[in-house]
Every structure is written in structure tokens, then in C-alpha cells.
Design a binder for this molecule. Sequence first.
Ligand code: BGC
Length: 251
Amino acid sequence: MTTSRAIGVDIGGTGIKAGIVDLDKGELISSRVRVSTPEGAEPKDVLAAVQQVLETLEVADSDLPLGVAFPAIVKRGMTLSAANISPLWVNFEAEKFFESGLGRDITFVNDADAAGVAEVRHGAARGQQGLTILTTLGTGVGSAFLYEGVLIPNTELGHLKRKDKSIEKWMAYSAKEREELSWKQWAKRLQEFYAHVEFIFSPDLFVVGGGVSKHPDEFLPLLDLKTPIIPAVHRNAAGIIGAASLAGDGH
Ligand code: BGC
């Protein structure tokens, strides 16, 4: 039996990561290749960085399905927002831009939505009833809603407002690093965010992804919520796996 495989690329505010994914197991079967997101994250520079990771993975000419996850609202192939990237991405035909630059078809999705798909198909939210809310805590805060296994895309909880600003500016992992907050100080901010989201949506499960999900014991036990809150199984490979998995759906 041949394994079904696809390539996933996860474009983030800080790094661009890629890997080859076994779609049956939902696991990386290559190394995880990473380059830093170019300063300013303008479209042409991001495209060049994506080309670079595909070359390093030796899949630049591969005909495996390719999924690309991106840190903005993505609707019908267009990027509609730009929180931690160049404003050039707002109302930009991003999917077409990558397709012409890479000379191939791609599947193009929001990064947190991709991570949510990875976790519901192959990770922490598998078989979960009701509403799962996955959040990614990184440069920004991404969210994915999965109801009975089905993705409701582009939820953008990181842009709930706090003091007239997007709450992610105050409680993303990048805020912890920038302000040198202790885990306890940071967890107080997370508590405010998750308690509010819990009250509004009454989820059945919270899953926490992003790079910081490597250290769940440092902050998850400090949160006091009614809803179970658990780390993503795929940690910071979830975006790659989810993007690849969605790309595989079309083949
Ligand atoms: C963006 C989201 C993205 C999240 C995580 C936010 O600033 O608006 O689209 O999912 O960062 O990258």
C-alpha cells in the first residue's frame, strides 16, 4: 500500500516551517524545516522564504498536495487582515500569488484553523463532542472552533478588544517574552482571556497550541476554568499537519 502524503507549510509571524506529512497517521515523516519570517513579512519575501523551505525539504518540484497555513483571515483565497505581517496582505489575492510564484496549486488556510484541523483529526480533540476551541499562543493569538469535528473558520479570538487594542497584544506568548513576565504573571492574563471566552461560548474543551504548548505544566495548572484545557498533541507541528491534511482532502 502506498502511503498518502502531502506537504504542509506553516507561515507564522516569527518562523516559516514545513514538513512532509503522512496523512493516515497525521505525523511528520520528514524533518521539520524552519526559516525566520523575513523582516516586515512582505508578500515577495514570504514567497521567497516558502520557496526556500520547499527546496530544503527537496519537494520544490514534487507533485504531492501542498497546504499553506497563513496568520491572517483567509476567505476564498484572499487574505483580509494583517496583524503581525505587512499591511500589503490586506485584501490581497494571496492564494493566487503563491500559486503563480510556486508554479503549482495549493490549499490555503488560516494557521490556527490548520492547527485545529490537525488536532481534531489526529490529536487532542479527536472524537470530542460539542465545541472545541483551539487557541495558538505565539507571536499573535489564533483560534479555531471545531464543532462535532467540523471547522468553523476565521474566528480570530486574539482580536477581542481589551482597552481598545486586540487582546493578543497583551496576552500572546510574545507579550510574555517582550515584557519578561513570569509564568504566574502571564497566566493571570490568560485567565482573563479564557474565562471570558468560556463565558461567551461554553466550549466543551480548550486545546492550547503554538510553541509554548511545549511547556504546558508551567501555565495550564495555574488556570481556573470549568472547561478542561489541554495542550495540543502536535505542539508546533500542528499547523504543518493540518495544512497538509486539508491539501490531501482535494486529492
Ligand atoms: C491573526 C490570526 C492568526 C493568529 C496566529 C493573529 O494576529 O489575526 O489570523 O491565526 O495571529 O498566527
